[in-house]
Design a protein around this ligand. Structure first.
Ligand code: IDP
Ligand code: MG
Length: 148
């Protein structure tokens, strides 16, 4: 089944939003397959956001991501990449709908609480970067109650 990489950024951790965010993905019916809190160093953050290295906000973005611990996760489910992005909301919290994580909990782009892979290909790359050790192998017994 499809998997995506989700990361609670340092502001989400500091603001005590870890439980709330995990709950939203769990209650939707997605399966948690990887979870760890970690501090990342500058070069790791630069690698994660390599596609944005030419942007003027890149140095600030890297400082933001290394400013405190993050929570890295792998979530699994049908269409989890696209649906995860919908649960997260638009990049700019001014445009994120209420009911999304960024719409409910963030005000500016540089403190928008959470990251989610933007495609199946990015998810594959980001999971390899963040979980080189691999993820948990388990199947939920609730599966037939979530999928027909
Ligand atoms: P995404 O997180 O919604 O996928 P991206 O365009 O991939 O958005 O940008 C990565 C992160 O960089 C954003 O989540 C946000 O924290 C930050 N960012 C993007 N654009 C800006 C900006 O114009 N100013 C400040 N930070 C930005
Ligand atoms: Mg992105």
């Amino acid at each position: 089944m499809e998997q995506t990489f989700i990361m609670i950024k340092p502001d989400g951790v500091q603001r005590g939003l870890v439980g709330e965010i995990i709950s939203r993905f769990e209650k939707k019916g997605f399966y948690l397959k990887g979870l760890k809190m970690m501090n990342v160093d500058r070069s790791f953050a630069q690698t994660h956001y390599a596609d944005l290295s030419a942007k003027p906000f890149f140095p600030g973005l890297v400082e933001y991501i290394i400013s405190g611990p993050v929570v890295a996760m792998v979530w699994e489910g049908k269409n989890v990449v696209v649906t995860g992005r919908k649960i997260i909301g638009a990049t700019n919290p001014s445009d994120s709908s209420p009911g999304t994580i960024r719409g409910d909990y963030a005000i500016v782009m540089g403190r928008n609480v959470i990251h989610g892979s933007d495609s199946i290909e990015s998810a594959r790359k980001e999971m390899a970067l963040w979980f080189p050790e691999g993820i948990a192998q388990w199947q939920s017994n609730l599966h037939p109650w979530i999928y027909e």
